[in-house]
Design a protein around this ligand. Structure first.
Ligand code: PAF
Length: 284
């Protein structure tokens, strides 16, 4: 596996793969099986795989959250090497944001909604860094987890609006045995909070079952509030049911695919989960 610390080196390695299809798996490190599922999905679709590890400061509003983000470079490198990644892009902050850098990318409407309303600037940071990564690596495809549902929508919109020649692939969330969505943040949970954290996926299971019975969006939201409310260690932070295509809120009968975005704080750690429900074809 080639380790590329600079944009110049990454570009040189990429240029050596003439004609081969290239996949990019962007990460912030602290890798777990969910990231390896992205690499596996990349192997099925491309001949060469680049993974990036960059804890992007511009997507963290709170400096304490940035400082607390786990960094496990040696273990990450070994995992990626074993997973058959061809090149690891591992830039410094100064490499990605050199002095004088001032250009940002913002999906104006989407970035301010839902999760973005609670974390101002977060999706601008994500869109900016992903745009930079796509321009540096110039992959044919780039893969992202579906768990970060709004992030995936922001990235798809940016790529579409800016005509970036890449296919964005969403990969289903990998879960622990009790349903907890895999996330680098999970390792910050103590044993009691880890147990309690399964409440997010339990609440989504309940909502999914109700949606299958044709219940309206308000009923799904009510059920999620009930399930999360019954877990004293969890505090519901965000609950939005949105049209999968437009991201407009869905309040009544679910007639097309809708995404439920859920966030809750457990033991001081903000956890996200997501589920898509509703008919795949529009109801007549
Ligand atoms: O999902 C993440 O890990 C990050 O938001 C991403 C897409 C790598 C951008 O920093």
């Amino acid at each position: 596996m080639e380790i590329c610390g600079t944009v110049e080196r990454m570009r040189a390695v990429r240029a050596g793969w003439k004609g081969a299809s290239v996949a990019l798996v962007p990460t912030m490190g602290a890798l777990h099986r969910g990231h390896l599922a992205l690499v596996e999905a990349a192997h099925e679709r491309a001949e060469r795989i680049v993974a990036s590890i960059f804890v992007n400061p511009t997507q963290f509003g709170d400096p304490a959250d940035l400082a607390a983000y786990p960094r496990e470079e040696a273990a990450d490198r070994a995992l990626l090497e074993q997973a058959g990644v061809d090149a690891l892009f591992l830039p410094s902050v100064a490499e990605m944001y050199p002095p004088g850098a001032e250009t940002v990318v913002e999906t104006e409407r989407l970035a301010g909604l839902y999760h973005g309303a609670v974390r101002p600037g977060h999706f601008r940071g994500v869109a900016t860094v992903v745009c930079k990564l796509l321009n540096i690596v110039r992959p044919d495809i780039a893969l992202f987890g579906e768990k970060d549902y709004q992030q995936l929508a922001v990235i798809r919109r940016m790529v579409r609006d800016l005509f970036i020649p890449v296919e964005i692939v969403g990969v289903p969330t990998l879960r622990e045995a009790d349903g907890l969505a895999m996330s680098s943040r999970n390792r910050r949970l103590g044993p009691e909070d880890r147990r309690a954290a399964a409440v997010l996926s339990r609440a989504l299971d309940r909502a999914e079952a109700l949606a299958a019975e044709g219940a309206p969006a308000e009923r799904l939201a009510e059920a999620i509030r009930e399930v999360v409310g019954a877990e004293p260690r969890a505090r519901l932070c965000g609950l939005d049911i949105v049209d999968a295509e437009t991201f407009e809120p869905v309040v009544r009968t679910i007639t097309r695919r809708a995404g439920i975005m859920l966030s809750a704080e457990v033991g001081g750690v903000l956890l996200l989960d997501q589920r898509e429900v509703g008919p795949r074809e529009s109801a007549p």
